[in-house]
Design a protein around this ligand. Sequence first.
Ligand code: G3I
Length: 335
Amino acid sequence: TMKGLKDYYQNYFPIGVAIEPGDLRHKEKADLICREFNSLTPENAMKMSTIHPLQHTYRWEQADAIVSFARQHQLKVRGHTLCWHLQTPDWMFEDKQGNKVGRDTLLQRLHDHIKAVVGRYKGQVYAWDVVNEAVADGKEFLRPSKWLEIIGEDYIAKAFQWAHEADPDAVLFYNDYNEISPVKAEKILQLLTKLKSQNVPVHGVGLQSHWAINEPGREQLDSTLARFARLGLAMQITELDISAYSKEHQARERTKNDSIALFTPEKQLKQSLQYKMCFEMFRKYRQYITGVTFWNLSDQHSWLDDFPVKGRKDFPLLFDTTLKRKEAYYGVVNW
Ligand code: G3I
C-alpha cells in the first residue's frame, strides 16, 4: 500500500485531521483519511451546541460516528472542545425565564456537561481540548465571556478538574490561537504557569497554528516553539493550515470569482516552502510535540473559505479540491 503522511512521521508524532461525520461516509475521503492520517479531531461534532443543544438533550450521533470510525480504523481521537465562548447554546447561561443564571448553577451545568461527554468517550478519546481560547487578544488578560463574567476565572481550573475526574487517563489541553504573537504567547504561558502552580491537571498546550504563506518566519516559529517547550507540558499543533493569502493581504485580497487561478504557481511554491519550514521546526521539537493536526482535509472545504472574507476561496491544505496531493504535500514529506 501507498505510504502516507502518518508513515513518513511514524517516528515523530501522530498526524491528524479535523473532519465532519460526512467526510467519513464519502468513500474517497474516507480512504484518503485512512491512507494519510492516524488521528481525528471532530471539527464541530463534539462542541456544546452540537452535542448538548438543550439542557436535558444530548445528541451523540455525530460524535459516536467519528469515534466508531476511529476505532474501526485504529485512529486516535482528540476531543474538541469542552468549554468555549463560541458554539455554546444560549440555554447554558439562562434560567427558564431567560434570566442570567448564577455562578453555582453555571458551575453545575459545566460539571454535568464535562462529566457526560468525557465519561461517554472515556478510553476512546485520548486527548481533550478542555478549554479553548480563554485568553484575550486585546489588552485584557482573559477573554471577556459569559463563562468569565458569571463564574470568574476559576471556570478554567474547574473544567480541567472535572475532565480529569471523568477520565484520569486522558491528556488534557489548553488550546489557543495567535500563538506566534509574543504578547498573546506571554499571556497563554502565564495562564498555564498559574494553573500548574495550583496543581490543576493540565497536561498540554494546543497551538492552533492558523498561519499564512509568509507568517510565521523561521526564527519567529523557532522562538515560539522554544518558549512553549520550556513550560514542561506536552505541545500539540492542533489546527494547522497555511492560508494562500499573505498575512498583510488576508483581508484585502478579495475577489468576486473564487477562481482556482487565484492559487498561482508562485503561491503554490511559497506555500510548499512554508509548509516545509514548519515541519522542519516540528521535527526539531519532536521531544515536545506529541501531535500535529490539520484543520480540514482538502482545499475542497476549509473554514477559511468563509474567513476573514465570506465566500472567498482559500487553498490552505495539503490536498487539492480533487483530493490530490499538492506541491505542499511534498514540502512536508521530502526531507
Ligand atoms: O450546521 C449549520 C447549517 O445547518 C447551516 O445551514 C449553516 C449556515 O451557515 O451553518 C452551519 O453551521 C456552521 C458550522 O460551522 C457547521 O458547518 C456555522 O455557521 C459555522 O459558524 C461553523 O463554523 C465553525 C467555526 O469553528 C465556528 O466558530 C467551523 O466549521 C470550524 O472549522 C471552526 O473551528 C474553529 C475551532 O473550533 C477553534 N479554533 C478556530 C477554528 C476556526 O474558526
